[in-house]
Design a protein around this ligand. Structure first.
Ligand code: COA
Length: 352
């Protein structure tokens, strides 16, 4: 079986509070300035999403220091010699964010950059990236599990790095939701009867393909065509419909009921969305929503939506006792589930 042998995460240095958006001028997608601005808007953001602050990588850094530190912490925590890694998979959305540039670079790929900064010389350790939006780290973990399961690898480092801050349109309300972060884990082969019990992935990519994309600013005067954009209501509809179903799929594969699960690590998109997913999951299983009490850890309030870094960061915080009120004990079963641009959603059920 495959276990998560060690985890690591790192919170970017810059803390950006909601108040810091009070002087932004917001427009809608048609380029019309919104009637409400300032504190009224940020208060609304907090009431819908729960977000009070988020963190950004300083503009005088590229993505490498964050990615390297999180990976080093995970490797140290796993007690694995870096040169004994059989593979590195880095999930991200836009490659390396260069210093003082709102632009991304994907050549060489992020896993190659990470292998280089970690000083790993073993050329049999593969290093590739996956582009799978917010569910990228979970999907990379599924790939690592599959490689371990079929005997091709024993230890794989899986990293999720997000530096969304450089792609956020200052004139779009939804830009206040996204943030930066990095989480990592070493997945390893075990002979013990625990670890990954089942995985499931759905990729729709039909009309939903245009729910999240890179495009022009809402402000017609603002240059560039690589700003992060989303149709929030469509994303909400997709996530609340399909995340419960992909969880049902993974639980069916593991022959478990939702009531067997001790904790749900959901992608931290926003407070309202997370609770709606739990409500729909409860309805799917005709169980009381109260069954989820104390089982839904959240980081959204102080980290925002860190996309592909969300789940590994939250997992690391819990395992290191840094998320108040949440502990995972030996033998407990946890569901991790994510959703994002594509649209895709996925889930893993894991026994500690
Ligand atoms: C974006 C989202 C939070 C908006 O929530 P909603 O309740 O549907 O909001 P509505 O579009 O109906 O707008 C309601 C009000 O909130 C405001 N609002 C919407 N999004 C906002 C935002 N990001 N920040 C501040 N205010 C916002 C609207 O301007 C509107 O204000 P009004 O009542 O004064 O007219 C919601 O659609 C959502 O959760 N989408 C998923 C987004 C997401 O997490 N994407 C990333 C997934 S990986």
């Amino acid at each position: 079986m495959t276990i998560i042998k060690g985890t690591g995460s790192i919170l970017p240095e810059l803390v950006v509070t909601n108040e810091q958006f009070n002087d932004h001028v917001f427009y809608d997608k048609s380029g019309t300035q919104l009637p409400k601005q300032g504190a009224e808007v940020t208060a609304k953001l907090e009431s819908i999403t729960g977000i009070r602050e988020r963190r950004y990588v300083p503009f005088d850094q590229d993505s490498r220091p964050l990615m390297t530190k999180a990976a080093e912490l995970a490797i140290e925590n796993a007690g694995v010699n870096p040169n004994d890694l059989d593979g590195i998979i880095v999930a991200h959305n836009a490659g390396n964010m260069l210093i003082d540039e709102n632009y991304f670079h994907t050549v060489p790929n992020m896993a190659a950059l990470l292998k280089n900064t970690l000083g790993i010389t073993n050329y049999e350790c593969f290093a590739y990236d996956i582009l799978f939006a917010c569910p990228g780290w979970l999907q990379a973990s599924i790939q690592a599990h599959q490689a371990i399961n079929n005997g091709d690898a024993e230890n794989i480092l899986v990293v999720g790095i997000e530096v969304a801050s450089r792609l956020l349109d200052p004139h779009d309300l939804d830009s206040m939701i996204l943030a930066d972060g990095c989480g990592a884990a070493v997945l390893s082969k075990t002979s013990e009867n625990k670890g990954v019990l089942a995985c499931a992935t759905f990729s729709h990519a039909q009309s939903d393909v245009s729910n999240i994309y890179l495009g022009k600013s809402n402000n017609p005067e603002q240059d560039g065509n690589c700003w992060f954009k989303m149709n929030g209501k469509e994303v909400y509809r997709y996530a609340t419909t399909w995340v419960p179903k992909v969880i049902q799929k993974v639980l069916d594969k593991a022959n478990l009921n939702v009531t067997d699960i001790d904790m749900f690590l959901f992608h931290q998109a926003n407070d309202k969305l997370i609770h709606a997913i739990a409500k729909n999951l409860a309805e799917l299983y005709q169980t009381d929503l109260a069954n989820f009490d104390g089982k839904l850890p959240m980081t959204i309030q102080f980290l925002g939506n860190t996309s592909v870094a969300t789940i590994p960061t939250m997992l690391d915080m819990i395992l290191r006792g840094k998320l108040e009120g949440y502990e995972i004990h030996e033998g407990q079963k946890v569901v991790m589930a994510s959703v994002g641009a594509g649209m895709h959603c996925n889930a893993i059920v894991y026994q500690f």
